[in-house]
Design a protein around this ligand. Structure first.
Ligand SMILES: [Zn+2]
Length: 600
């Protein structure tokens, strides 16, 4: 035991109590702590409700106003006491996980492979400890995972649920809930009711004047919009949107309603609509203002947001926000799909310059804005990046790029962040997604130090070899396969050949870890990934250099085989789901076959 350290467990026997309120997030935090201490040491620490006195060593979990900003936390040790405190209850949960990290646990990704739980018979917290952590982004929204994982990974939101058990769990952890999506088409298609009974298909047969007119003036149902200059239509649409909320998520903390997923809003072209001279975003926010006004009248307490996205990405020219956007959220997502290939939006690529100009337009529009701003990103999104070798192997974006972008967004006044990344896989390991989550809390993160922490804990005695391999693979995956033909061996064959060699090097790493099954599996996943990287690179070689459709096709089919043959193993690691494996084996391969190699 270190001098002055606070002992929690000695020789497998409990030496401290956990003191916390018996309800709410601090009690959940205590449960998290008890659970992992037992998994580490076998010792069950006693839980003592905060209103009872306790002698001896203790871990106190409590809410104290001013302990930390937002839902941050502070951990301090003095004599025989460890205090985990936060200004708001949820912060205690993040504090409990941070204390577990302090005593050696790591929560990089999903169990079993993503979590590190060291076996220790004696556990102590060092004396003089004083950790203060406050999140860089106030709102951190996850794109996957349930409430427990979301809290473990430092998010403060989780998806809204109508399941009562889940609602209770969310409340106990203290998370906020969100619900959003392309909801306009649903509202156009069906009639919703304020009492929450099932919606009915909307009948427009006697309401032809409600339907949007095309450029020739013909009114017809398009499933996306209506003739909003018609007061009856407008009133019905707003009511129906409010009823949608009352039916689906009246108690959500944050709702964002979007139009159809199209590049341009199919607005009505009738004379009256045209006479307004409004842009699609003017119409969108005009309608949203009214929905928001009525939602408040009906008692909705959450935040109501809109998205700046494709058809609604230019700031309005005429319509102003209701009450300067109080309790509203701008969800900012106009990044052109696939733009991640150009590196961080802070560089001088024309796409990124246009994007930054658009942000400045919104900043100007939101001069007196009283609401919040959330980034909607597409990091690691294979729907967008599956055609790029570095994208399909989950290397885009690089952590240094994310760091630069997050700092940029914070400087622009954004205080929320969301990442849409289907499929949400942790392949070959949780490193990059873990760094993303760390950055949401700390945009000054020392990425190199964090990587060292990761490799040491995740790969143990094989850390050095695996890191060397992973670093080199990353370089090779980003290396451009170039013309000229006079030396294809140099420009194309070389990286593919080298990737194959690196795969073999991981056998050495497996030798190093002895009988540790978990470490062996982690390296086996890495080995599969390196093999996949070589194939992705080979596919690129046929696309760019040889243009041999038949050979490229064979490569794509062997990628499919690789995932199909290893499906059970990969799913068991917890790093990919069945659906993720299917996405990689089918959707991405089919996409590349279709675009480059003559069809599926
Ligand atoms: Zn119209």
């Amino acid at each position: 035991m270190a001098v002055g350290a606070v002992e929690l467990v000695r020789n497998g026997k409990p030496k401290a109590s956990i003191v916390a309120p018996s309800e709410g997030p601090p009690s959940y935090a205590a449960e998290v702590l008890l659970n992992y201490v037992e998994r580490m040491s076998g010792a069950k620490l006693p839980f003592v409700p905060e209103d009872q006195t306790v002698k001896g060593t203790k871990v106190v979990i409590r809410v104290r106003k001013g302990a930390a900003k937002l839902d941050g936390f502070r951990i301090r040790t003095s004599k025989d006491t460890v205090v985990v405190e936060a200004s708001i209850p949820r912060g205690c949960v993040y504090g409990a996980y941070a204390l577990l990290e302090e005593i050696g646990c790591r929560f990089y990704g999903p169990e079993p492979l993503g979590v590190v739980i060291p076996k220790k018979k004696t556990i102590s917290v060092r004396d003089g400890l004083d950790i203060l952590k406050e999140p860089a982004f106030e709102n951190r929204l996850p794109s996957f995972g349930g409430p427990e994982l979301n809290a473990c990974w430092g998010f403060n939101f989780t998806g809204h649920s109508r399941n009562q058990k889940r609602q209770e769990l969310i409340k106990r952890i203290g998370l906020k809930t969100w619900r959003w999506g392309h909801i306009w088409p649903e509202i156009v298609e069906r009639q919703f009711f304020p009492d929450g009974r099932p919606p009915e298909k909307m009948d427009y047969s006697d309401k032809q004047d409600w339907l949007p007119a095309d450029e020739k003036g013909t009114r017809r149902y398009n499933g996306e919009t209506l003739c909003f200059s018609n007061p009856d239509t407008f009133k019905w649409f707003v009511e129906n949107a409010v009823n949608w909320v009352l039916t689906n998520c009246p108690d959500a903390d944050y709702i964002s309603m979007w139009s159809a997923d199209t590049a341009t809003l199919a607005l009505c072209q009738c004379e009256k609509c045209q006479a307004k001279g409004w842009s699609p975003t003017d119409w969108y926010l005009h309608i949203h203002n009214e929905i928001w006004r009525l939602l408040k009248v009906r008692g909705f307490k959450g935040v109501f947001g809109w998205i700046a996205y494709h058809g609604s990405e230019e700031p309005p020219q005429q319509v102003k926000l209701l009450e300067f956007g109080r309790d509203m959220d701008l969800l900012y997502a106009p990044r052109p799909r696939g733009a991640s290939m150009h590196g961080p939006i802070t560089n001088e690529h024309s796409v990124n310059v246009a994007y930054r100009e658009n942000i400045q337009g919104w900043r100007k529009y939101l001069g007196n804005f009283k609401g919040t701003r959330t980034v909607f990103e597409y990091y690691f999104d294979l729907v967008l990046l599956g055609h790029l070798p570095a994208g399909r192997t989950f290397l885009i974006p690089k952590p240094e790029g994310m760091k630069e972008e997050m700092r940029f967004y914070l400087a622009q006044g954004f205080n929320g962040f969301f990442d849409c990344d289907p499929p949400s896989v942790f392949f070959p390991d949780p490193l990059l997604k873990w760094l993303y989550r760390k950055l949401l809390w700390d945009v000054n993160l020392d990425i190199e130090a964090a990587k060292r922490d990761f490799f040491q804990n995740y790969y143990g005695p094989a850390a050095r070899i695996v890191r060397e391999v992973r670093d080199e693979v990353e370089k090779l995956m980003f290396e451009e396969i170039k013309w000229p033909m006079w030396s294809p061996a140099h420009y194309a064959d070389r990286p593919i050949k080298r990737l194959r060699e690196l795969e073999a090097k991981l056998d050495e790493a497996i030798e190093k870890v002895g009988d540790d099954e978990i470490l062996k599996q982690r390296i086996r996943v890495m080995k599969l990934w390196v093999h996949y990287c070589a194939l992705a690179k080979e596919s690129e070689y046929h696309i760019k250099i040889t243009r041999e459709g038949k050979k490229g096709r064979e490569v794509e089919l062997s990628i499919r085989k690789l995932f199909e043959e290893n499906r059970d193993f990969l799913v068991k690691t917890g790093l990919l789901t069945e659906g993720d494996v299917r996405f990689l084996a089918e959707s991405v391969v089919n996409y590349n076959l279709t675009i480059y190699f003559g069809g599926r």
